[in-house]
Design a protein around this ligand. Sequence first.
Ligand code: FES
Ligand SMILES: [Fe+2]
Length: 466
Amino acid sequence: MANPASSAWVDSANGIVSREIFVSGEVFEREMKQVFSRAWLMVGHESQIPNPYDFFVSRMGGESVILTRDGEGHVHVFLNTCRHRGMKVCRYDEGNTRVFSCPYHGWSYAIDGKLDRTPGALVGVPHFKAAYHEELDRSQWGLIAVPRLTNYKGTIWASWDRDAPDFETYLGGMKVYLDAVLDHRDGSPGGSQVICGIQKWKVPSNWKFGAENFIGDLYHITSHRSVDMVGIGPSGKGRRDEPKAKKGDRERRRNPIITASVGFPALGHGLIGTLPYYEEPDYRPSFTLTPEVDEYYAEVRARRVENLRDSLRVQSFVGTIFPNLSFHGQQPRAVFTWHPNGPTEMEMWKWYLVDADAPDYVKDVLRRFYLRYAGPAGLTEQDDMENWNYATAASTGAEAVRYPYNYQMGMGYEQPVPEIEGAVYTKQVTEQNQRIFYQRWAEYMDATSWDDLSTSSEPQTHASSA
Ligand code: FES
Ligand SMILES: [Fe+2]
């Protein structure tokens, strides 16, 4: 039975969502427990910790965690807090160490699990003999390890909930679209690496503004009019110069390439991309200012034809995996997280991806394009952040907060995607995916355990679930 509070916040049958969920401290505290302590969250990429004892300090919801690789190559994620009095045991962003020593009183924790130790074991306690009289049971006071971890094509995901479904069940039919982000451009599985380190910056906005923008907002192009006119794309035109489907593709090919909003009502994920198709389109130059990069990608496209042959393929333009992982699947290829700092502040983290074996000149051209497009100094994302910042500020007032947001665009026009279990799509501009996201968010907010959060992939439309 739905919790009355969540029903009051999200009315997906009528396309209405309360402003409270974007500004309220009470809602924020509840979603930390109900959403972020339960869902699978991306914490990093394996290319950030290639060597034994490398670490990268990441986040899960509001909390700091340490992603590490032990001496045997196993990956662990620990809560970044000392068991003695809570001090952060690691205050660096990344590095390499065998032991985390707490700066406060000096308790030390080992990454390695060898010699019968649990990974993260407490191995050093000042005054262990003189003051603790060797009576402290160190085996009970190691770092807290996140219990569920998986490496999916190089991305590392974690969940605090032992009862969460395995990651691939959690992804469901979204897998094919995440693969289109993470796979090599030649169609072979995986093979991506992170370049440029990562970017982190604070935005005075609720974290859900970012997640909902990337899950399906295809119609905020008025925001980006100025950057389109400047022409920051790799060919000096527009924002991007992606080889999109052209009219000829629809007429010529045995199954046309159709852009659509695709969503997963049972899972809360969604994206803007293409419906599945089976024949690789011709290569269209997208880097005309740097012809050598186009030559490289034309050759990659030939390998892709060979690798994928007649198999199903999709393009992922932008999307969100519930709750806070979003991506750009093509230009500028990246995965990013919306970390909640409070009801009206988030921290954006952005990992830029390239094919690990691409020539250096290709990586360099991509890096330059990525940075002028995205991130705190990127011209396109400045537009987005401006919208989210002002929208948050303009929703916090005692009067403004009484009036809900409208998500009624395209209601009832969803259709099942025949090739992908659990997926629905709308070809026109729509708020289908935003409704799916908030419906799933409300289910998390009401659930008492994973038993209440079915991931059944029976296709259902809002029309039928209303
Ligand atoms: S808080 Fe870490 S040793 Fe005291
Ligand atoms: Fe945008």
